[in-house]
Write a protein that binds this ligand. Structure first.
Ligand SMILES: [Cu+2]
Length: 151
């Protein structure tokens, strides 16, 4: 096999192969918005990457920091932004889905306390995958800087 042919074979391999060996669902850049003192509600954000060849679905998130954690989406309704609960968030094969201000988020209600430096979020997926991540608690100015700075 000459060099040129070898390179073509290699190129085809890399074009075709990624879904097969690219591994599992993962969570990047998790963070939680610092709640103002005296309040008990906030939201958590992250990017969920699914390099696998099968789609997956985020079903549930748990946090020891709050009485409840639910999946929400913010959307325009009758000309204003409103939040609603969603049963799950689909993470199609080979994509990443962003939970970010103005879109999907994890609503944390009944915070036990003013949030400390970080919280642990436990994510449960339809595939059976369970992922625990440590999410830093960020103040809104820093949080908005973070949300505009992906990678
Ligand atoms: Cu919400």
């Amino acid at each position: 096999m000459n060099m040129r042919k070898a390179l073509i074979v290699l190129a085809v391999f890399f074009l075709v192969a990624p879904p097969a060996w690219s591994g599992e669902i993962s969570v990047k850049d998790p963070w939680v918005r610092q709640n103002p003192p005296g309040t008990s509600v906030t939201a958590a954000y992250m990017v969920i990457e699914n390099p696998a060849s099968a789609g997956d679905e985020l079903l549930e998130v748990g946090c020891g920091c709050s009485a409840s954690a639910s999946l929400h989406v913010t959307e325009m309704r009758d000309g204003s932004m409103a939040m609603k609960k969603v049963a799950s968030i689909k993470i199609p094969a080979g994509t990443s889905v962003s939970l970010s201000p103005g879109g999907y988020h994890v609503m944390l209600e009944g915070l036990s306390d003013y949030m400390k430096e970080s919280v642990i979020l436990e994510l449960k997926f339809r595939s059976g995958a369970r992922i625990s991540v440590t999410a830093p608690v960020l103040d809104p100015p820093e949080a908005s800087k973070r949300s505009h700075h992906h990678h």
